[in-house]
Design a protein around this ligand. Structure first.
Ligand code: HSE
Length: 297
């Protein structure tokens, strides 16, 4: 039996569209064993059909193909606490889990870097996949020769992260379809500057820089229509003293980086944003995926 645990992630972080990401301490747990046919047993957030047409199997099959191997039929059991289609990286976690299972199955032939490149190619952008694979705070950029270059920093231990998870989903394709095809040069310049500032805020443990570094003009304004309350929640979080308030990934979750003194006020803003059917999660930063061959196998 093989077991892989993959963290939830938050992407974009404001201006780092398709580029910045954070690993979060909330783990997709996947076990796989040889079987006479592909099986899928899902427990956790939402509901998924018990069919092999799922992202874990897809990641596994693609990774096996990349290794030049025929994919064996496998029974996959999943426990998933990551809310689906909420902007917390559930699809990336599933693809990474499948690719990491294939890597473990092959004795490490794919490597962690190979898991990253393969899952990022399948997902179409690297910002959730990179922290799911490497952990911490990640910056990913397309390489001229294809694939992505990624650098990782540990998030300073004192940083507190809150996530307001509404009770409705927002498929990433729909949230991407809302974006304009071209951007204004001044907006591109602001975005590059703020995104670079985010990385230095982490490197220098200066969360106050996020007041500026987390502002976005590239995607959040266009997604406000899809996330009722986003605009007001972001403004109220800043008013309540959050260092940063932004859409987590493509949304609809709203994230905040807060200090000890402002945590209660910010949590109450997020409680109001999600309403009685939503949830507010306090999550720590996490490491990248873990793979093991439990002794009971
Ligand atoms: N960067 C992506 C987006 C994250 O905002 O569309 C969601 O997968």
């Amino acid at each position: 039996m093989l077991r892989v645990r993959v963290p939830a992630t938050s992407a974009n972080l404001g201006p780092g569209f398709d580029c910045l990401g954070l690993a979060l301490d909330l783990w997709l747990d996947v076990r796989a064993r040889p079987a006479d046919r592909d099986r899928f047993d899902y427990r956790g957030e939402g509901s998924l059909p018990d069919s092999p047409d799922n992202l874990v199997h897809e990641g596994f099959r693609h990774a096996m193909a990349a290794l030049g191997r025929a994919a064996p039929t496998v029974a996959i059991e999943v426990d998933n606490p990551i809310p689906l289609a909420r902007g917390l990286g559930s699809s990336s976690a599933a693809l990474v889990a499948g690719a990491a299972l294939a890597d473990a199955w092959s004795g490490g032939e794919l490597t962690r870097e190979g898991v990253f490149q393969l899952a990022a190619a399948l997902e179409g952008h690297p910002d959730n996949v990179a922290p799911a694979v490497f952990g911490g705070f990640t910056v990913s950029a397309p390489r001229a020769e294809g694939g992505y270059a990624t650098a990782v920093l540990a998030l300073p231990p004192g940083w507190r992260l809150l996530f307001g998870v509404p009770d409705f989903d927002l498929p990433t394709e729909k949230a991407r379809a809302a974006l304009p095809a071209t951007v204004d040069r001044a907006d591109a310049v602001r975005t590059a500057a703020r995104s670079a500032l985010w990385a230095l805020a982490v490197a220098r443990d200066e969360p106050e820089l996020l007041r500026t570094a987390s502002l976005d003009v590239l995607h959040e304004p266009y997604r406000e229509a899809l996330v009722p309350g986003l605009r007001d929640a972001r403004a109220a979080l800043r008013e309540a003293g959050a260092h940063a308030a932004f859409l987590s990934g493509a949304g609809p979750t709203v994230a905040a980086v807060v200090g000890e003194a402002t945590e209660a006020a910010c949590r109450s803003v997020l409680d109001g944003f999600v309403g009685p059917r939503g949830r507010v999660l306090t999550l720590r930063s996490a490491g990248g995926y873990e793979a093991a061959r439990p002794r009971s196998a």
